[in-house]
Design a binder for this molecule. Structure first.
Ligand code: HEM
Length: 422
């Protein structure tokens, strides 16, 4: 029996079911779009967040690498201020949950500027040995077990512990509630993450939990400054003014989510992908210090954990013949850019020696480029080093993928390995 080859007309990025397909099927669909219709128009995305009468806007998609780089670097044409996901959010949610990622200059520049110091390479180097310590501890806690869910044992824990220290979260209930909210917030489309809650209940509940933590910590850090990111944020000034409490809370939500959910899923993808391509795992294991950096880059390209960001056109603009009008939504598909045949040789091959590897996993450059890229790289490098040095035969072929169009996530990853002898 032959299977019909899909054409671009068969591909519906707005359909929830599209996002329940396997990564291979989705990659194949984006390849068709790149080839046949690289800037398609889609009907309004199936939305769990907005009632149908409010969910009325369709969107354009950019699927080619160069178009995504161009849009990322021209915020005067492609604005972030009206929202950053293909699904629309209730406007009040954008304000309280997305902070400067959903702003344009000059406000974006000012707020982002406040955090720059914390994320400088110099600070990242200072953090490095401490991140390595957390990675070592976590692998020590699980290495003797021989089997378990890698997501539960490691992926969820590592960014949680790092983030907790970075923000000076007190250990215990507040820490656990905060990390849990940060890691659930982007899972609103996934039935397993949602459980009995509606998408809006999940999203709003997680935002409220994070606001509550920020509301407790902000006055505390004003009174007792520490050496942590929250203290710097509370103290920072621009134009002679400090951030209001509401701005600080929105900022806290953005960083909590941006830091936790992404690295968590990237680490799970890494272990799964090396199980799927054992020759690449052997290559890494044969020389972990020599190959881990390029392996991290290839994992980032391959997994494209942040599948898209959205912009809104500020003026009429034509891209590859598609006439985008001022006010139209435009979605930048990093997951497609990272398989673009015009940029990557053999894009569907996972190759940890790939060089150069100019992936767009952290965005296409421009003012919104990922603020935490250096920290994310450090976390992944430390974790892969520990895992493939100490339990190199770890095998995890059957992930339970999240159903989501924004985060390319893994809910569970059953794994087995030869237990480490103490
Ligand atoms: C594998 C891990 C990560 C991936 C794949 C990732 C990816 C991205 C992407 C694609 C963007 C949007 C870029 C754009 O719109 O041009 C972004 C923005 C951002 N990321 Fe990350 N990220 C990761 C980890 C982190 C970490 C660890 C942090 C913080 C500690 C972080 C903080 C941020 C922030 C604050 C922004 C918004 C920047 C702005 O709007 O100016 N990210 N990230």
């Amino acid at each position: 029996m032959t299977t019909a080859i899909p054409t671009h007309r068969d591909i519906d990025l707005s359909d929830k079911n599209f996002w329940a397909k396997s990564p291979e099927e989705r990659d194949a669909a984006f390849a068709v779009l790149r080839r046949e219709n690289p800037v398609p128009w889609s009907r309004p995305a199936d939305s769990d967040l907005l009632p149908p009468e409010q969910n009325t806007k369709g969107f354009w998609s950019l699927t080619k690498y160069e178009d995504i780089r161009f849009a990322s670097r021209h915020p005067e044409i492609f604005s972030s201020a009206q929202g950053i996901t293909m699904e629309d959010f209730p406007p009040e949610m954008i304000h309280i949950a997305q902070s400067f990622i959903a702003m344009d200059a000059p406000r974006h520049t000012q707020l982002r500027g406040i955090t720059q110091d914390a994320f400088k390479p110099r600070n990242m180097r200072r953090l490095q040995s401490w991140v390595q310590g957390h990675a070592r501890d976590l692998v020590s806690e699980m290495a003797h077990l021989g089997e378990g869910d890698f997501v539960e044992l490691v992926s969820v824990q590592l960014p949680g512990r790092i983030f907790g220290s970075f923000f000076g979260l007190p250990p215990g209930e507040i820490h656990d509630k905060t990390i849990n909210a940060a890691q659930r917030l982007l899972g609103w489309t996934d039935p397993q993450v949602r459980g009995d809650q509606t998408a809006l209940e999940l999203f709003a509940g997680a935002v409220m939990d994070l606001h509550e933590t920020a509301g407790l910590l902000i006055p505390e850090r004003r009174a007792n400054p520490g050496d942590d990111l929250l203290t710097w944020m509370v103290q920072a000034e621009f134009d002679g003014k400090k951030m209001t409490d509401d701005e600080l809370k929105g900022f806290f939500v953005l960083l909590a989510v941006a830091a936790n959910d992404t690295t968590r899923h990237a680490s799970a993808h890494a272990i799964h992908t090396f199980s799927k391509f054992p020759q690449q795992r052997e290559l890494l294991v044969a020389d972990v210090p020599g190959r881990v950096d390029s392996a991290v880059e290839e994992v980032l390209r391959w997994s494209s954990v942040l599948a898209h960001m959205r912009r809104t056109a500020t003026q009429d603009v034509t891209v590859r013949g598609s006439e985008i009008k001022a006010g139209d939504k435009v979605v930048l598909w990093y997951m497609s850019a990272n398989r673009d045949e015009e940029i990557f040789d053999d894009p569907f091959t996972f190759d940890i020696t790939r060089n150069p590897n100019p992936h767009l996993a952290f965005g296409g450059g421009g003012p919104h480029f990922c603020l935490g890229a250096a920290l994310a790289r450090t976390m992944l490098r430390s974790l892969l080093t520990e895992v493939y040095t100490r339990i190199p035969d770890i095998h995890a072929p059957d992930p339970n993928f999240q159903v989501a169009n924004f985060i390319n996530g893994i809910n569970n990853l059953p794994a087995t390995w030869t237990p480490e002898q103490s």
